[in-house]
Design a protein around this ligand. Structure first.
Ligand SMILES: Cc1cc2nc3c(=O)[nH]c(=O)nc-3n(C[C@H](O)[C@H](O)[C@H](O)COP(=O)(O)OP(=O)(O)OC[C@H]3O[C@@H](n4cnc5c(N)ncnc54)[C@H](O)[C@@H]3O)c2cc1C
Length: 438
């Protein structure tokens, strides 16, 4: 009997696994299950709307989805519509590729105040993720603090200050574009608890901040080290990257406004210690730090930045899935090289944590496809027909890959060129377009 594999999650982790299984496990039937009718995980809902080239990797995933043994089951949430035990009854192997959808907490007083919105939510909002369509972030402020100095922090800052014209080739939804355009934002502060060398942003993203139409970068030259040469523990490659970042920051330090009304400030060695405000945030309080080894150590000097919106962009977490062992320390599904046990596997962020670029997820998929090919000699489970029967009995409207292609065609048709698509942001609207399923 053919082996039946379910992959839960259609982001890079899920699709790279399907791609690898097609090679490693001939004759396997592969079902990719996602809670959304729209595939591709953070490629659609994380990667910035003005970085369309990055999203093109989805074309390869499309080819995988259209391969004979592969089916897409959208609008099915594991933990809500089906349990892990249900999947184990239907499939010989179940691979979790569910990513890490929640923001890591700052762990400081005031982070529950109105006006504190984590990057997972904020990015989801400007990328039309249905969970965040109605977020309505309070943009009625002149100053925003983004906590973090990684690429996600840069994405948030950049999207807040780019003009409509600069976003013309993006798929930023109109509701977000209109809200950003109407906002009186003048200053965005990107704040890192450690120094410019420890900052995680890559140079392409950093350099872009010096090329914006309406916003200038601001850096105090005095905080920039002369070079990264003496910095311990860096590989040659990392040292070159850090030198490029320092060079960009040095250019920023001498930048002139040239009529640009907005500013993006790069601030370092400041650890947030409290978010201040009564009902809504009015400032963030920071302690000055110095870096000792890998750690930022407080110096006892404090300062405040007044603002009406705080976006912590300090990383992601997951709460796991019922019935699957979870490692609370790392925030991942407990696994040994992707093996979770009993026909269960994990790949992508939920396997190794929220780090790396899209392609970093590929080796996880290759390894797990190899494990499945080795661990499961022949199939004993009924596969997708049994899952379809179960979901039909529960009244779940399962969407297929052709359904997604209809959604995508409608999104493309609705776009005002040069925008590539006008995204649906509500599942209800997607299902209405599709009509009742068969
Ligand atoms: C804001 C942001 C910007 C980024 N920008 C870039 C970039 O420009 N370039 C780059 O190379 N990398 C970028 N990355 C990193 C890249 O997106 C990740 O490495 C990658 O998406 C992780 O893949 P994944 O499959 O583990 O998770 P995800 O992409 O998050 O996919 C998880 C999938 O699982 C589904 N799911 C979750 N729970 C369930 C459930 N219970 N039942 C069914 N389905 C479920 C979700 O709907 C989702 O489709 C960015 C990341 C973020 C957060």
């Amino acid at each position: 009997m053919s082996r039946n594999v379910a992959i839960v999650g259609s982001g890079p982790g899920g699709f790279y696994t399907a791609e690898a299984l097609l090679k490693a496990c001939p004759g396997c039937r592969i079902d990719i299950i996602d809670r959304l009718p729209t595939p591709y995980g953070l490629i659609r809902a994380g990667v910035a709307p003005d970085h369309q080239t990055t999203k093109k990797v989805a074309r390869n995933f499309r080819a995988t989805a259209l391969s004979g043994p592969v089916a897409y089951l959208g609008n099915v949430e594991v933990g809500r519509d089906v349990s892990v035990a249900d999947l184990q009854a239907c499939y010989d192997a179940v691979v979790f590729a569910i990513g890490m959808p929640h923001d890591k907490a700052l762990g400081i007083p005031g982070e529950d105040l109105a006006g504190v919105i984590g990057s997972a939510a904020f990015v989801g909002w400007y990328n039309a993720h249905p969970d965040f369509r109605d977020l309505n972030p309070p943009l009625d402020t002149q100053a925003v603090v983004v906590v973090g100095t990684g690429n996600v922090a840069i994405d948030c800052a950049r999207v807040l200050v780019k003009t409509r014209a600069e976003m013309a080739e993006s798929d930023l939804p109109e509701y977000a574009q209109a809200a950003i355009e109407a906002a009186p934002i003048r200053d965005v502060y990107m704040v890192g608890r450690r120094g410019p060398i420890e900052a995680k942003f890559t140079n392409v993203e950093l350099r872009e901040m010096g090329e914006l139409e309406a916003a200038m970068p601001v850096v105090d030259a005095a905080v920039l080290p002369a070079s990264a040469a003496d910095y311990p523990g860096l590989s040659d490659r990392d040292r070159r990257l850090k030198e490029r970042n320092l060079a960009s920051l040095r250019e920023f330090a001498t930048a002139e406004a040239k009529g640009r009304p907005k500013r993006v400030h790069f601030l370092f060695n400041l650890a947030p210690v409290a978010i201040l405000g009564e009902a809504r945030v009015r400032a963030v309080r920071f302690e000055q730090t110095r870096v000792e080894g890998e750690r930022a150590v407080g110096t006892g000097e404090f300062s405040e930045i007044p603002c009406g919106l705080v976006i912590p962009a300090i990383g992601y977490r997951s709460s796991g899935l019922d019935g699957v062992p979870f490692d609370a320390r790392s925030g991942t599904i407990a696994n040994a090289d992707g093996r979770v046990g009993d026909g269960l596997y994990a790949v992508g962020w939920i396997k190794r944590g929220p780090t790396g670029v899209i392609a970093t997820n590929r080796p996880d998929g290759v390894a797990v496809a190899g494990h499945i090919a080795k661990d499961i000699a022949s199939g004993t489970k009924p596969g997708r027909e049994a899952l379809f029967a179960l979901l039909a009995g529960r009244g779940v409207r399962v969407t297929s890959f052709p359904d997604w292609e209809r959604i995508e065609a409608a999104e493309t048709a609705a776009a005002a060129p040069p925008a590539p698509r006008r995204k649906f942001a509500r599942i209800k609207d997607m299902l209405e377009l599709l009509g009742p399923g068969s």
